[in-house]
Design a protein around this ligand. Structure first.
Ligand SMILES: C[S@@+](CC[C@H](N)C(=O)[O-])C[C@H]1O[C@@H](n2cnc3c(N)ncnc32)[C@H](O)[C@@H]1O
Length: 224
């Protein structure tokens, strides 16, 4: 699993170019993925939501805009990334490690984590911590990369390991941070392996919804 010191440093180095690089590398699809997640959450009418590993706050901002009744809190252990979230207009940001969230048990209706869990040093510990801060019946939503199955798999892996690091290195000057990305996606549990992990960490009503041919997947789980 990823090394926390390396991850924190890597995101601090790319923070200024993170949003633009995401849009270029995903051909703008990252905007659509966050809108799909937000549309699901909106139907639940949450009043208090925590976006863990919020980074520059793109998902938190979309939720804040689409769910005006909801208090949205963005947390991340990289102050440089979170500074962008505050500048983008997230009302409440908190520098915090996802493995030790500074919240009481049962404070949130929804916890979200987009492209963040994969970077954490201990997935089960992080998932249990997110469950702890959820209310009973609260929901966890994870958006993260997965590997496509079928004919897209080989070309996508070629893109991920050979094209993407060069392009991102050119955009950010930090090629190594994007070489790390491909390896982290290869090792991250996806599909049934992720829903099983969620169930082992105490979540019920789990689901996995692949988007864009399986390039990303939305996972959900409830705290019953
Ligand atoms: C790829 S960015 C995702 C940012 C944002 N959620 C998005 O959708 O663009 C991953 C973020 O996870 C954060 N992160 C990784 N491990 C963390 C941890 N243990 N605690 C808090 N934040 C963490 C990093 O600092 C980084 O900002």
């Amino acid at each position: 699993m990823p090394d926390a010191v390396y991850v924190q440093d890597a995101f601090a180095r790319i923070a200024d170019r993170y949003v633009l690089t995401n849009h270029v590398l995903s051909c703008g699809m990252d905007i659509w993925w966050r809108k799909i997640v937000t549309a699901r959450i909106r139907k639940w009418r949450p009043t208090r939501l925590l976006d863990v590993a919020s980074g520059t706050g793109d998902l938190a901002l979309e939720i804040q805009d689409q769910c005006p009744q909801c208090e949205v809190i963005a947390s991340d252990f990289c102050a440089e990334m979170l500074a962008h979230a505050a500048r983008q207009g997230i009302a409440k940001t908190i520098v915090a490690d996802a493995l030790r969230l500074p919240f009481r048990d049962g404070e949130f209706d929804v916890v979200t984590v987009a492209f963040g869990l994969r970077n954490m040093a201990d997935y089960p510990a992080a998932l249990r911590e997110m469950r702890r801060v959820l209310k009973s019946s609260g929901r966890l939503v994870i958006l993260d990369f997965s590997l496509p199955t079928g004919i897209l798999r080989t070309p996508y892996r070629l893109y991920l390991h050979h094209v993407l690091p060069r392009l991102a290195g050119w955009l950010t000057g930090q090629k190594d941070a994007y070489e790390y990305l491909g390896g982290s996606i290869e090792q991250f549990p996806s599909g049934h392996a992720m829903t099983e992990l969620l169930e082992n960490c105490g979540f019920a009503e789990t689901s996995a919804t692949p988007l864009t041919g399986g390039v990303v997947t939305i996972y959900e789980g409830s705290k019953l």
